[in-house]
Design a protein around this ligand. Structure first.
Ligand code: BDR
Ligand code: CA
Length: 305
């Protein structure tokens, strides 16, 4: 039995690899891709989703563009990580098609209704589209959300916060308070699974070449900022967790988002030890079988060869 998923993303190097992994996973049925402003502006993240699909000849996969800015905050892009295009490194041609005429939020709502809610939504960018979906279409609730974002105890934009949640904390607060079955794959997990040069060396074919050139650019940031020889493929962990639930260990805990303070904007506060007695609302990723995840990623990317 396959799991139907919707990927709501902001490609972005790791989003692009997550998209490739989703398409290479026989356990998953990708119902479509929606895009949001995040790593770059919406026009660029949307173009990048289509450019990756063009590269593997998958113009049958629907791409719908969504929110071009957070609910309340100013747009902030991560050009220092993902470059001016949002996908710097490889020399990909411009997109060969326009996105769907339907807005991402309408596309998500229609697809979820068509599947009577039996869809796992996988957001790998700021949660703006997802919050808008919940507000505008309360009847179109996915049965599960597995998102990349947040952390128990790390930050990558500020000492307190992870990029996707920090970008649109008000959207994240709404999503975490929605009562939907949520799994959070945060930095404490993704930073434990670095894709190293030895993994790159095992990649085959033209998709292997593409991923190597993506990682040559993306890896510069991780080398300079963290001193790492490899890169976390954050968003691919969320996709892999849907197809292979045992890769990530989770704990069901209460999680709240800080929308109030400036210093801790977008922090995912996790009641890990139950001291605050917050009602559990999220399966929080706390550990990963890194070797198994990285082997799976290499193996699945090589199925394109
Ligand atoms: C997240 O932020 C983005 O830069 C990545 O694509 C990932 O979704 C990691 O903090
Ligand atoms: Ca992302």
């Amino acid at each position: 039995m396959t799991t139907p998923i919707l990927l709501d993303c902001d490609p972005g190097h790791d989003d692009a690899i997550a998209l490739l992994l989703a398409l290479a996973s026989p356990e998953l049925e990708l119902l479509g891709v929606t895009t949001v402003a995040g790593n770059q502006t919406l026009d660029k993240t949307t173009a990048n989703a289509i450019r990756v699909l063009d590269f593997i000849g998958r113009n049958d996969v629907a791409v719908a563009a969504g929110a071009d800015r957070p609910l309340l905050r100013d747009v902030y892009v991560a050009a220092h990580v993902h470059g001016e295009s949002g996908l710097d490194g490889p020399d990909l041609p411009p997109p060969q098609r326009a996105p769907s005429s339907e807005h991402a939020v309408e596309f998500l709502a229609r697809t979820i209704r068509e599947r009577a809610g039996a869809v796992t939504l996988v957001p790998t960018g700021p949660l703006t589209n997802v919050a808008l979906l919940l507000a505008l279409h309360p009847d179109a609730r996915p049965e599960r959300i597995v998102l990349m974002g947040g952390a128990v105890a790390e930050g990558n934009v500020t000492p307190a916060a992870e990029f996707n949640i920090w970008c649109d904390p008000e959207a994240a607060a709404r999503v975490f308070a929605s009562g939907i079955d949520i799994t959070m794959i945060g930095l404490d997990v993704t930073h434990k699974a670095l894709f190293m040069p030895e993994h790159e060396a095992r990649l085959e074919g033209k998709v292997g070449e593409l991923v190597r050139s993506l990682l040559s650019f993306y890896g510069n940031f991780h080398k300079q900022q963290y001193g790492w020889d490899g890169s976390p493929i954050h968003d691919a962990v969320a996709v892999a967790h849907v197809s292979h639930p045992d890769l990530v260990e989770t704990k069901n805990r209460g999680v709240k988002i800080d929308t109030e303070s400036e210093l801790s904007r977008g922090r995912t506060l996790v009641d890990l030890w139950g001291r605050a007695q917050w009602e559990p609302n999220c399966h929080v990723g706390v550990d990963i079988d890194a070797d198994a995840f990285l082997d799976l990623l290499v193996e699945r990317l090589n199925t394109f060869a």
